[in-house]
Design a binder for this molecule. Structure first.
Ligand SMILES: Nc1ncnc2c1ncn2[C@@H]1O[C@H](COP(=O)(O)OP(=O)(O)OP(=O)(O)O)[C@@H](O)[C@H]1O
Length: 235
């Protein structure tokens, strides 16, 4: 870990061009996420949340501005370096879990490490996967397939997969969208617990109730972060 912010965006813009139409999805976003923070970004449909998350996750590039991960500029990386950074620095948690049905829980979580540029030994993979599954209390389901688990359990495995590579930041996209409120709350409590253990989290949600779990809440409107973040009172 370095003393640099986990993530820093300066004057970031994204313009989509379709036929003759320009959509200014992000219009000069400035955002700093310090190591160890739990940040939420919320806003109405179409305000640019998914666009921002795709750029933060190095799945898409910005039109202008700068993006730094731990002080290193990543806006201009070529596709290979970008994939490498994505694998090492970013953990994704999606609304739809995105687990691979044919693989066991263990293999779903291990996959991130198997894709590492520098090979990770089988012993290290086993130990990292077991640690990650322990953190989300899913050690007892290692040999199950995703379709043998409840939605809440699948999301916990997805969180283990996001954690296993010790990323700089977890990017979390509407993590409770496919869960009932009981399982949704449990997933949010787990994220808060992981944050208290040191994991940096950036979560995008349209649900103000869940945004409240974050320590710092940003609001996005028409592609801009509006006003100062709301801080959660200590609980
Ligand atoms: N691939 C694309 N091509 C053209 N315009 C796009 C594209 N993706 C998004 N947009 C436009 O950019 C703007 C921001 O979209 P984005 O999906 O980031 O919003 P959002 O806040 O995630 O919305 P929602 O909550 O409904 O998912 C919208 O006006 C959208 O129509």
């Amino acid at each position: 870990m370095t003393s640099q912010p986990a993530i820093q965006l300066t004057d970031l813009t994204k313009v989509y061009l379709t036929d003759s139409l320009e959509t200014h999805a992000l219009q000069g976003v400035n955002l700093t996420i310090e190591q160890g923070e739990f940040v939420s970004i919320s806003g109405p449909s179409g305000c640019g949340k998914s666009t921002l998350l795709s750029i933060l996750g190095l799945l898409d590039s910005s039109s202008s501005g700068h993006y730094f991960i731990e002080g290193e500029e990543v806006s201009q990386l070529d596709e290979n370096r970008r994939a490498e950074f994505r694998n090492q620095k970013i953990g994704f948690v999606f609304q739809s879990f995105n687990l691979i049905d044919e693989l066991t829980v263990f293999e779903n979580v291990a996959l991130v490490l198997r894709y590492r540029e520098l090979a990770v030994s089988e012993t290290d993979i086993r130990s990292a996967v077991q640690d990650a599954l322990k953190k989300v209390e899913m050690s007892h389901r290692q040999q199950h397939k995703p379709n043998q688990l409840s939605g809440g359990q699948q999301q916990r495995v997805a969180i283990a997969r996001a954690l296993v590579g010790a990323p700089t930041v977890l990017l979390v996209d509407e993590p409770t969208g496919n869960l009932d409120s009981k399982n949704g709350d449990a997933v949010m409590m787990l994220l808060r617990e992981l944050n208290m253990q040191g994991t940096t989290i950036c979560m995008v949600t349209h649900d103000p109730r869940y945004a409240d779990f974050a320590n710092k809440q940003y609001h996005l409107l028409d592609g801009k972060i509006v006003s100062q973040p709301t801080l959660r009172a200590a609980s």
